[in-house]
Write a protein that binds this ligand. Sequence first.
Ligand code: MG
Length: 449
Amino acid sequence: MSRVDRKREREGASTTSPDPYLESAAALLPTLPQLDGFGASPIAMGESELEAGQIDPHAPPEGGFRLDLVLDLDHTLVHATEWSHASASTGAQRFFLEGPRRGHYLLRARDGLRAFLEEARQIANLYIYTMGSRSYTRQVLSLIDPNKEVFTEKVLCREDGQEEIFPKSLAHVCEAEHRRRYMLVVDDREDAWDSISRGHVLQIPAFRYFRSDGAAPAADPSGADSALYDVLRVLQAVHADIHEGRHPHVPSALLARRRAVLHGQHLVFSGGLLNDAPLNQKRSAYWRLAEVFGATCHLRMNEQVTHVVSRSANTNTVGKALETPRIFAVSPLWLIHSCSRWHRQSEEPYQYSLATTSPRNLDIRPADIKAMVDRVLRVLPPTLTKGERLQVLIKYVVPHEHKEHANLLLAKYEQESGEEVRRKALEELKQLAGVEALKTVLQACELTP
Ligand SMILES: [Mg+2]
């Protein structure tokens, strides 16, 4: 096996298990154009159903220019689910629906919805375009806008019982083409829109509060959902871009904002992240996502590279990045969060460091490593040399997929006399085994760490 082959093998070492983030990355990509139009279209809710409240929505604020903001309902502003006795309704509102889908439902508004709507209506006229039925839409609006003062523009929905599938289109919202230039859509599904409208769509991560198998709220491990806040920031920026003459319409402002997110960043991928497109890595989801958000991607390390994005801390490329202070070595979540939030995230929480190892080792407490090492030592023949004992122990603390590499490094460490080579081999071993684990092992073998 040549050096290059071995390197390739190591770079791809952790690729046998499915990539848990690939789906999230792919979901953030703009979709390909499709054939538009199936004849069916939504209905506009009648004036009587949407009597305006106390505040005149058409009164222009100082400054005058307003965007037209078209909002989706389900998984964008709210999540609704059928009510059952198992439902835990903390933070959710209950409503009853007549018609074909008759029954009790629970509705949960996305975090920060009220504040978002308040801020958004300062600079935009608010529309609703949902695939929900008329009676459902009426119920939801009565809960999230009880005084009918926010959604004062058109509300588009389906007629009760209408089942045809059709793409959403801004042409349904406004027939006059020239009046659509200031329309910005916020929807969790960009692919629900026809291709001419897609340039106007700001895709928001889908909001799912209730579990799919029932109504019990899912615990959100990442804390509060900041998506509406993120959207507001883009909305305000796009408004300013057009108002101050930097862009003539929403698609151009949106495109520029998207590209600005990772502009000037140069990425290299490692740990098998591009394996979803083995024949042409530039077609892989991560590569395309990074480019759509303005980054420049490279197939291998060079002078320009600013970030190594890797699934694993244990690749040569990450190792190289860790030796170079100006290069960040980060998990793919850094890229995904930067793109879903439309804002380059601080690298720090996503960074690999010399102390980082594969998640498996991170989970092991130092006391457990010590206990394991002691156990192994007790059964080893006393005739073994320090070096031989070390070799056996390394096998226990290094994850399976890195064992072969660890053995090569050990051999280097033992046979080479050059101090620099030995130090480097040890450094790489540290990354494979974890700093704590290696320290414990070296101490057990009476070698200095
Ligand atoms: Mg939706």
